[in-house]
Design a protein around this ligand. Structure first.
Ligand code: PMP
Length: 362
């Protein structure tokens, strides 16, 4: 008879680097003015929502989705202005694309390189996949330190370099000429993550034709469709064909495909909302800069990073007043006393600014 095993604990079985991680924390925002997650504050127009309801009614939920999402890809190709010779790979949000990219290069000894501070999932997913992550610090003003990046590239030979353009959480666009220098010197892939493109205008999509190892990542999340979970990776077919092998079948579900296809036929709605958000961004920046003791950084995204004395206390005071933003204090030394606010509706931004004024005087 086989002796009964003593069941092991999670601490014995789970990888130690995962035990050491804190789970990605999403705070409860019920009833709050929610300005923490870079969402678009506007819903779709009622008429369009009605059309979506009818399409969902007709959708074949008993069937698996179109695995290649051919029609959706064609629409996205047009919407992104993808140059000839470039292809697309779709993900369940761009988070999943980052995961596919890192899984695909996870050889023993492989390195993923990013700048710091930047989007935390580049590092976290590398840890999930057991790949070494090297973070290269930005300058104090959150600009790229080219010589540091080039030195790290020479030392580490990264399989992938991730660059968010604009960067999260700082909101700035890095100097495109410096990214070009990185592209010319990179030994592996360079992924330019354009999650916030709608608020910035500038893009590396035209550069795809010139750089065979460049991939550009986009998402519909910040455009007003965060709930759909749809991201796209754009670039040379010879890279995407390999990455497609780690994609789980049917990763883009039937409802996402149906809804995205319809909304993309009315993408002027999303563009108009992005214009309204950019206008409000100027007002919010102005409002922040008028407050004593606040340093607000310029932004090409739909959020603003600002530094303030006693950031943690201010963050808690805002929460007590029903306004949820994001505290970055403690996440990186360049972000000491930094908070990040997403641009909301005019009313939400006004509520935030007045709560912040009260919090400063509390
Ligand atoms: N890239 C950047 C730079 C981001 O800030 C975010 C979300 N905060 C993402 C990607 C992930 O977006 P998605 O919703 O498409 O997974």
């Amino acid at each position: 008879m086989i002796p009964a095993a003593v069941p092991k604990t999670p601490e014995e079985i789970i990888r130690k680097e995962l035990l050491a991680l804190k789970a990605y924390h999403v705070p409860d925002a019920a009833g709050m003015v929610k300005l923490d997650a870079m969402e678009n504050p506007y819903r779709l127009p009622l008429q369009l929502r009605g059309r979506l309801a009818r399409l969902v009614e007709e959708a074949d939920l008993n069937r698996y989705p179109d695995p290649g999402a051919a029609e959706l890809k064609e629409q996205l190709r047009r919407a992104f202005g993808l140059p000839g010779g470039s292809e697309l790979l779709l993900g369940n949000g761009s988070d999943e694309l980052i995961q596919m990219l890192i899984m695909a290069v996870a050889k023993p000894g492989a390195v993923v390189l990013g700048v710091e501070p930047s989007f935390v999932m580049f590092r976290m997913i590398a840890v999930f996949a057991g790949v070494r992550y090297v973070g290269v610090e930005l300058r104090d003003d959150f600009s790229l330190d080219l010589s540091r990046v080039l030195a790290a590239m020479e030392r580490e030979h990264p399989a992938i370099i991730f660059i968010a353009y604009p960067n999260n959480p700082s909101g700035n666009l890095f100097d495109a000429a410096l990214i070009e220098r990185i592209l010319s010197a990179a030994p592996g892939l360079v992924v330019v993550d354009e999650a916030y493109h709608a608020f910035a205008g500038k893009s590396f999509i035209p550069a795809l034709a010139r750089h065979p190892n460049l991939l550009v990542m986009r998402t519909l999340s910040k455009l007003g469709l965060a709930g759909l979970r749809l991201g796209a990776l754009l670039g040379a077919g010879r890279w995407l064909e390999q990455l497609d092998k780690v994609r789980l079948p049917y990763n883009v579900n039937v409802l996402t495909q149906v809804v995205a296809r319809e909304v993309l036929q009315h993408d002027d709605v999303l563009t108009e909302q992005a214009v309204a958000i950019k206008l409000e961004r100027s007002r919010l920046l102005q409002g922040l800069r008028e407050l004593p003791g606040v340093t607000a950084y310029p932004s090409d995204a739909n959020f603003i990073l600002f530094r303030i004395n006693q950031a943690e206390r201010v963050f808690e005071e805002l929460k007590r007043r029903g306004v949820l933003i994001k505290s970055l204090h403690g996440s990186h030394h360049l972000l000491a006393d930094c908070l990040r606010v997403t641009v909301g509706t005019p009313d939400e931004n006004t509520a935030f600014l007045s709560s912040l004024t009260q919090a400063l005087n509390a």
